[in-house]
Design a protein around this ligand. Structure first.
Ligand SMILES: Nc1ncnc2c1ncn2[C@@H]1O[C@H](COP(=O)(O)OP(=O)(O)OP(=O)(O)O)[C@@H](O)[C@H]1O
Length: 264
């Protein structure tokens, strides 16, 4: 784990130092220090309410930290957002898209917003629609997409400017297994080509198979981080997660839920 007083790592894709964020009385993130190595496929795991979305929002310029710094490949995100943000592609939690646009229009919009010329946008948009298996629905309004299709078009929009670092909050949620496998392959190619991917996920098995590195977050701070093999230390990631986070509940206390003939 990173020493709290260590300076940001300029070579890291993301280098978080002393990140804090409070909502009223609730401290959502309490002193997160984390380095995401460039070229890694990095998983962020933690129980519900652990602070993953809040940390990722601060790490991508969507939510201002109360304290702490974020460096993207050595550039201070909150001090120099115009330099740092083009390096990032972001799939936020609960994406709100301009869903009265068609899939193709939404990609065009994302590309133009990122400063690409129309020819590049058209070419890359086509490639991305094909890669996400959305060519047949290119002219369908995004409001009429399924949850998984919406996730895929949002992911395509996050990639169109060829960012150096992709930060994806729950990218596989609601995505069917075939599409998930396609997305995994796309992300793996992106990492093989020198990109860095950060994904948050609740699916330990997926993170163990897919990611090179992982951080376990609970209660607003990092409990462990490193290569997947180092963090799981010979156990499955799921067992390590449960051991570290604790909190397995006995399943008693819901007797009224049992269906039985003598219940009244
Ligand atoms: N806008 C907000 N206002 C108030 N509280 C918030 C807000 N956003 C997050 N929180 C609180 O901060 C804590 C961390 O939430 P966060 O969404 O970061 O967790 P998470 O790890 O992403 O959870 P999940 O896995 O369930 O998505 C939670 O207790 C949540 O209720």
């Amino acid at each position: 784990m990173t020493h709290p007083t260590a300076p940001p790592d300029p070579a890291a894709a993301l280098s978080l130092r002393g990140l804090w964020r409070r909502f009223g009385d609730k401290i959502a993130v309490s002193g997160v220090d984390l380095d995401v190595p460039a070229g890694s496929f990095f998983g962020l795991v933690g129980p519900n309410g652990a602070g993953k979305t809040t940390a990722l929002s601060m790490a991508t310029g969507l939510l201002r930290p109360d304290f702490g710094t974020v460096h993207v490949l050595g550039t201070d995100l909150w001090a120099r957002p115009d330099e740092a943000k083009p390096l990032l592609g972001v799939l936020p939690d609960g994406v709100r898209l301009f869903d009265r646009l068609t899939g193709a229009q939404l990609l065009t919009y994302s590309g133009l917003l990122r400063g690409l010329d129309r020819d590049t946008v058209a070419r890359r948009g086509e490639d991305l629609l094909r890669a996400m298996d959305l060519l047949a629905d290119r002219d369908t309004l995004v409001v009429d997409y399924s949850a998984g299709m919406t996730k895929k078009i949002a992911l395509a929009g996050a990639m169109i400017h060829a960012p150096r670092v992709l930060v994806l909050d729950e990218p596989f949620e609601a995505v069917d297994p075939v599409s998930a496998a396609n997305i995994r392959a796309i992300l793996q190619r992106y990492v093989d080509g020198g990109g860095t991917v950060v994904v948050s996920s609740h699916v330990m098995d997926l993170v163990q198979r897919m990611c090179s590195h992982v951080a376990i977050i609970a209660g607003g701070h990092v409990l462990d981080a490193g290569t997947v093999d180092a963090v799981r230390g010979g156990q499955s990631l799921e067992d390590r997660f449960v051991a570290l986070v604790g909190g397995r509940q006995e399943s008693g206390g819901l007797e009224w839920l049992r269906t039985s003939s003598d219940s009244s």
